[in-house]
Design a protein around this ligand. Structure first.
Ligand SMILES: Cc1cc2nc3c(=O)[nH]c(=O)nc-3n(C[C@H](O)[C@H](O)[C@H](O)COP(=O)(O)OP(=O)(O)OC[C@H]3O[C@@H](n4cnc5c(N)ncnc54)[C@H](O)[C@@H]3O)c2cc1C
Length: 401
């Protein structure tokens, strides 16, 4: 038996025994919780009461190092090679297991620290990230700096061994639940891109104030973060002073990969097919509307193309290539596809898609309407579709300005 087959056997046996039943999906969700509620985001403010099994699952996976399977063992990871990590993913998919841990720690700041953190930063933060002990938020956007991110104005001035930060961030997702922020600050006002520094700070530090931004939907993950004379030790700079733009871009590569693969994972076309069969039943189990059948077939083909292209890029990553500008293609395509998918689902529901709360609508219908509304933000967060198209035009296709 080859080593990898032996690993598959051990991995499957361990998962069968250790993955709690309530953390296995039979469709897009299990039990009463939505995917968002069931996912473990970790952190000091985590509330495990909705699904205590999420905590059990996280602890068991973290113990194995499998929340971050390819990170080195000494930093809390699993030390698996790419083939073993693929087997682990396949075995988790076989069980339809929920991820043991979600969040920016594993998908964004962790990979950045693995590549660019100092030894001390890796030892300090990576094990805590793997165990889900700290939850992170991203302090990039400012009231006047969104797409033109390099115009950011939150400044940091050196005072002894500390940087002193002043400014404001906006659209900081889940800042109210986060323990730490990775943040871009201006350390040189003369140079636009070359005057930015990437820095980490604790959200409980004096001078950090978080205010949730209410949205029309009545639900909001967004916050404004006010930063007033926040003192940050020098050793919490990542990648060197005035080198933050390179760090920001490297992290955005991870972010765009994460956004596109998240949609690739969850945006199963099966859910659309099931919905179509339920709401537009035809003869012999077929979908009873030729136009909708056509739309679903087109969506299925587009999704297959995206999955194959992402897999191709995964093969390149195996050969040691860092994510490059092509992550913009994935980000653009995956988010537009996800929006199309929800628009299609909404059209399948017909008038049942018009509910927001109250009677007359199934909870699954209300959830689809809310997810549809949330999906509109997918092509804005992590860089808008227009900005991705600019990047693709310039850096992938080499078109002139
Ligand atoms: C769901 C969600 C979650 C988010 N979470 C976070 C977070 O956690 N942390 C964080 O820092 N930020 C976060 N953001 C903010 C996000 O990064 C910004 O909204 C985004 O970068 C766009 O910036 P803006 O909103 O200022 O729009 P603007 O930059 O003002 O753009 C407005 C419009 O003009 C277009 N545009 C601007 N410049 C150009 C150009 N050169 N060419 C063509 N079109 C252009 C844009 O595409 C857009 O359609 C989040 C946003 C959303 C929607």
């Amino acid at each position: 038996m080859s080593d990898i087959e032996q690993f598959r056997g051990e991995c499957a046996a361990w998962l069968d025994e250790n993955c709690p039943q309530s953390m296995r999906l039979e469709g897009p969700k299990a039990g009463d919780g939505t995917i968002g509620e069931m996912l473990a985001w970790g952190g000091r403010k985590a509330d495990w009461s909705k699904n205590p099994d999420a905590r059990v699952w996280l602890d068991r996976m973290a113990e194995k190092g499998w929340t971050a399977p390819t990170w080195p063992i000494e930093y809390g990871g699993g030390g698996l090679d790419k083939d073993e990590a693929r087997v682990l993913r396949q075995e988790l998919a076989r069980l339809k297991a929920m991820p043991a841990l979600a969040g920016f720690g594993l998908t964004m700041i962790g990979p950045l620290l693995v590549d660019h953190g100092t030894e001390e930063q890796k030892k300090r933060f990576l094990p805590e990230i793997c165990r889900g002990e700290i939850r992170w938020c991203q302090g990039y956007s400012e009231p006047n700096s969104g797409s033109d991110l390099a115009s950011l104005a939150t400044r940091a001035e050196l005072d002894g061994d500390d940087w002193v930060l002043n400014g404001q961030k906006v659209w900081t997702s889940y800042a109210d639940l986060a323990d730490w922020m990775f943040c871009l600050v201006r350390t040189d006002t003369e140079n636009k891109h070359a005057g930015i520094t990437f820095i980490l700070f604790d959200m409980d530090d004096p001078g950090v104030t978080v205010r949730p931004i209410p949205l029309i939907s009545g639900y909001s993950p967004f916050c404004e973060t006010f930063i007033e004379d926040v003192r940050v030790p020098r050793d919490q700079v990542v990648g060197g002073v005035n080198n933050g733009w390179a760090m920001a871009k490297a992290l955005l590569g991870h972010e765009r990969n994460m956004i596109s693969s998240a949609f690739s994972e969850y945006s199963s076309v099966n859910r659309v097919v099931e919905l179509a069969r339920e709401y537009l039943p035809g003869e012999d189990g077929r979908i009873g509307d030729a136009h909708r059948r056509d739309s679903i077939a087109a969506l299925t083909m587009d999704k297959a193309c995206l999955d194959l292209t992402i897999r191709r890029s995964g093969e390149a990553a195996k050969l040691g290539q860092q994510p490059g500008a092509e992550t913009s293609i994935f980000k653009y395509y995956a988010t537009e596809l996800n929006k199309d998918r929800f628009s299609l689902m909404l059209s399948l529901l017909g008038p049942q898609a018009l509910g927001w709360e109250g009677e007359g609508f199934e909870s699954s219908e209300l959830e689809i309407t809310r997810e549809w509304l949330r999906s509109r933000g997918n092509s804005i967060e992590g860089g808008t579709s227009e900005i991705q198209l600019n990047i693709i035009a310039k850096r992938v296709l080499g078109l002139p300005d």
